[in-house]
Design a protein around this ligand. Sequence first.
Ligand code: PHE
Length: 451
Amino acid sequence: MPQLSDQAISREGWGSRLGFMLASVGSAVGLGNMWRFPYATSEHGGAAFVFLYIVMVFAMGIPLMGCEFVVGRHTKLSPVGALRTLGGRHWAIVGHLFVLVGFCILAYYSVITGWTLRYAIEALTIGLPADPAAHFDQVATGHDALAFHLLSMTVMIAVVAGGVRSGIERTSFILMPALFILIIGLAIWAFTLDGAAAGYSFYLKTDFGKLFSLKVLVAAAGQAFFSLSLGMGAMLTYASYLSRKENLPVAAVTISTADFLVAFIAGLVVFPIIFAFDLSGEISESTLGALFIGLPKAFAAMGNAGRFVAFMFFATLLVGALTSGISLLEVVTASAMDGKHHAARKKAALFMGAIIALVGAPCAYDLEILAIFDQVVGNVLLASGALALAFLVGWKMKNPTEEIAHGFEGPSWMLKGWHLTLRFVVPPVLILVLYQSIQDTWVVVGGMLSN
Ligand code: PHE
């Protein structure tokens, strides 16, 4: 048993089990669900993709979330200290990499959060733009984008500075139920639209050939890591505030299922709207364009009711993005607090948040820089992080099943199965995913740089 440090012993904790669950679902549910998932599904074979995605969530995502929970709760430290405790000095470098990945995701994620904030405010105050494409250009880049990026960082800093219980947990208690109500309300409304049937059939049109495509499998796996916030220590950090009583496997299954349901329902909202207003041309151009140009066009066509729906839609997106951003900032902040200088929470959140805001500034001026950040960090680095974690817990950590058994009430063969999956199933699939995702990134980034 490694010695727990003083900081670990005096560490903050969640006020309740539900608080931890809501905050973790808040981390998982975000732009990945409402922006990436519906398009990945329509692009990669409809129901075939959904099926492979569910397989990936169960075969890879849930075991890996278990890994993060075990490492976090066992060490009661953020990534750097946690990996050092379990793996030794060299693993601290991997921990630093995790923090850097969180840092870089938040840098561009907060720029997109800023757009959603602006769209939500505008729907309420001035209404919908006459020319959504021109409006998007104005919102997405330049000083305007920078201003809203800074505003969304400020909100995240304020929440994280408030602490685990009175900042993150309290915010999740209010925002997450609101998100569920909003998205279900939107799905019911979308069901009543004329284009609903055409939208559903486009979304879930099944191309069974894709079931056996490596590319689709890899896309499903990559989407699973991003959407479940795995591979950079977000779930690890949240679990470091947990007590030994928590049932980790049940938590992992519940969080992953909730995350999947929100993503699936988001598709049931987006596609009927697109088809009801004959905007299918928009979705072939760019996925972000569909969300920020196509949908506003549809909302505008609906008059005053459209303004209200637009507000609901962008508020949902905003809530998802904020609670995910908060978890990213928490990783970086907790690492500064656990680090050599033992920074105080408020100072750490403010200082780190300010640097992240600065690093994200170029993304607010150039969408290609933003896309490169997303491709490299959101795909390649998360998969690498997940591989490192599976290796650490599967092969290096002594008796990980003992930690996960605390609070678990099911049969012990399940825990052994988890350990074997981490050792023999997760790493080879991850190596395939990494191979494919490095190739994709090479093509995408190469194409952008040569432009
Ligand atoms: N899961 C978040 C989403 O789906 C993104 C995220 C990734 C958050 C990694 C934290 C860590 O939008």
